[in-house]
Design a protein around this ligand. Sequence first.
Ligand SMILES: C[S@@+](CC[C@H](N)C(=O)[O-])C[C@H]1O[C@@H](n2cnc3c(N)ncnc32)[C@H](O)[C@@H]1O
Length: 271
Amino acid sequence: MEQDVYLQIRSTVKKILDIDLSGYKDEQMKRRLDSWIIRMGDANWDEYFVRLKTQEKELSRFRDYLTINVTEFFRDFERWNSLKTQVLPSLIDYVKNPKNGKKSLKIWSAGCSIGAEPFTLLMIMEELNPGIAFSIVGTDLDRGALDKARAGGPFRQDEVKNINEKQMARYFRTDFPPYFVKEEHTKKIEFKEKNLITDPYDSDFDLIVCRNVIIYFTTEVKALLNNKFQKALRSGGILFLGGTEIIPRPNEFGLKNMGISFYQKTDEIKK
Ligand SMILES: C[S@@+](CC[C@H](N)C(=O)[O-])C[C@H]1O[C@@H](n2cnc3c(N)ncnc32)[C@H](O)[C@@H]1O
């Protein structure tokens, strides 16, 4: 795709969907757009955008495609196991220690898509039965995805493949598709719209989970997010990224690598 065509598409996408593609890797996004227009069968982008303006459903399909909201429960199972057995116990001990002055454990699932990730966090926390209060907030820029998350689904068979029988019985309305998380559990999570690039972050998080999101961003935007995440964590808090989302020099961001996918906030920033 020629750069001028891409820039034109970017500006139309900003206008009609309010999504700023400039923070995403150009080559990757161009490839996605190329394959989308072939799939849609329109002769060119002008024709497609004319069609989009009158078709609400098509608009939301295009939004879903651009924001890439693929997800599943316990995605990358081993990492979630490390979170449960190695990371969360020490975060819980920290909150339990009165010297640290914390009333509850604050968890943020950033880029939570349709909710599988914050629901995974809820299941792990309840299984650990920590004996302390905790809160889980899930955010995404995609309103359609957040609507699904609040409704608890529907989730497909492949999205629940790592759910065991006990979790299925406790958390889901039925054990056949389409799967919905029971309302008594969806209520425990707060879902909010947030653009990770442009919106301000809350603070004092013990754990920020941002998996399979920054992979699509440019190096500059990744650096911006690393800084914002570091500020949003409490000292010693943990950032949990996707398996391939490695921060090459974490100490430049005031973070310390704690094994695959985990970074801990330090108070020193080495440039
Ligand atoms: C591939 S999904 C990952 C979902 C989940 N974290 C997981 O690993 O299963 C990426 C999500 O990031 C969201 N996203 C993309 N760009 C974003 C941005 N600038 N701000 C907030 N969310 C964004 C998308 O809407 C999508 O739901």
